[in-house]
Write a protein that binds this ligand. Structure first.
Ligand SMILES: [Fe+2]
Ligand SMILES: [Fe+2]
Length: 188
């Protein structure tokens, strides 16, 4: 499918601020792909589609998981919005014709990350956090710099920030986020 067509589809299904975020993630994903030697077209597709299920309500996310036979983890039961990632991957395949497993995994793991992410997965995970339309976040300049020089460090810093934030508001933390954090802490 053409990139322009995918963008048009996202403009229709997402609210305007989310659509601007998606364009930012696409742009940063392509930049990072060029810098780190990943396929820029795959990065663009994953960036455009990563939040394609973001406008669904919790009820809709749960029913789409039933429809596509997607397993729901304990963490996802508690924080249902996390499911927009795996439902997004199911939509990417079913509605937008994406067959490439690396793109589908980049969408599936863009929220929590996972241990041993592929280059494309790390790019989309990082771009989602550093794209220019995001509200200012702590240590964002340090993370942006790391994203271009040393991607694993950027992934680590993002997870550290995310965990600090979730702890500060007393939110439930998905086990996968903790596992990803431990993994990247160990390799940097
Ligand atoms: Fe997302
Ligand atoms: Fe996003």
């Amino acid at each position: 499918m053409k990139l322009e067509q995918l963008r048009k589809s996202m403009k229709m299904v997402l609210k305007e601020t989310r659509y601007q975020h998606v364009l930012g993630v696409e742009e940063v994903s392509v930049d990072l792909a060029v810098i780190h030697g990943c396929n820029p077209r795959k990065a663009a597709i994953a960036g455009i589609l990563h939040d394609c299920a973001k406008s669904l309500s919790d009820e809709e996310l749960l029913s789409e998981c039933m429809k596509y036979s997607l397993p729901i983890s304990e963490g996802e039961r508690k924080s249902v919005y996390l499911l927009h990632a795996k439902v997004g991957a199911a939509y990417a395949k079913d509605k937008y014709g994406v067959e490439d497993d690396d793109i589908l995994n980049a969408i599936t793991y863009h929220t929590t990350g996972r241990q041993g992410m592929s280059l494309l997965e790390k790019i989309v995970f990082t771009a989602d956090y550093i794209e220019p339309n995001r509200k200012p976040l702590p240590r964002i300049e340090e993370i942006r710099k790391a994203a271009y020089d040393y991607l694993d460090l950027a992934v680590y810093l993002i997870l550290e920030n995310t965990l600090d934030y979730l702890k500060s508001i007393g939110a439930f933390i998905d086990t996968r986020t903790n596992e990803t954090y431990a993994y990247y802490k160990n390799i940097i």
